[in-house]
Design a protein around this ligand. Structure first.
Ligand SMILES: [Cu+2]
Length: 149
């Protein structure tokens, strides 16, 4: 009986350990931007969406985040960064949010600059060809680009 207790305690402890390992994730996500003001905006937006740490490098254009996977995810964090006016690897900002950025923060949104930053150009964005819930791109049959990932 004593061995059984120890074994069950041990497995309980191990399952807790496994859960806590699974919860903290670190990820590096390309995000477009220019300057230190962008850095502060991007990091603030990532933390607002639940990132425990967020650090954007203006030279490499990479945002490194740590987050708890039980409270948030990369889609939420990227959406928050996009809402602040910045194109991320997977989620594009809106023209309205981009236009609200300080003039010095209005980074180059050309496809060339986007791919140099590691960000998919806006034309390739899933939602950009989606108009009124229907895909406006020929051959997509109203499906592909309107799916929210
Ligand atoms: Cu800036």
């Amino acid at each position: 009986m004593k061995t059984l207790k120890i074994v069950s305690l041990l497995s309980l402890f191990m399952s807790f350990a496994a859960v806590s390992i699974a919860q903290t994730k670190t990820e590096s996500i390309p995000v477009s931007g220019n300057c230190n003001m962008c850095k502060s905006n991007i990091e603030k937006a990532a933390k607002k969406a639940g990132a425990t740490t967020a650090s954007w490098n203006k030279d490499s254009k990479v945002l490194t985040i740590k987050y708890n996977s039980s409270t948030t995810n990369t889609a939420k964090i990227q959406q928050s960064v996009a809402d602040a006016g910045y194109d991320t690897r997977d989620i594009k900002t809106t023209d309205a949010a981009y236009n609200k950025l300080h003039a010095c923060c209005q980074y180059d949104r050309s496809p060339e600059a986007a791919s140099a930053a590691g960000v998919k150009p806006a034309e390739d964005s899933k939602m950009d060809c989606c108009k009124d819930g229907k895909c406006s791109k020929p051959g997509h049959n109203g499906k592909d680009c309107c799916k929210k990932s």
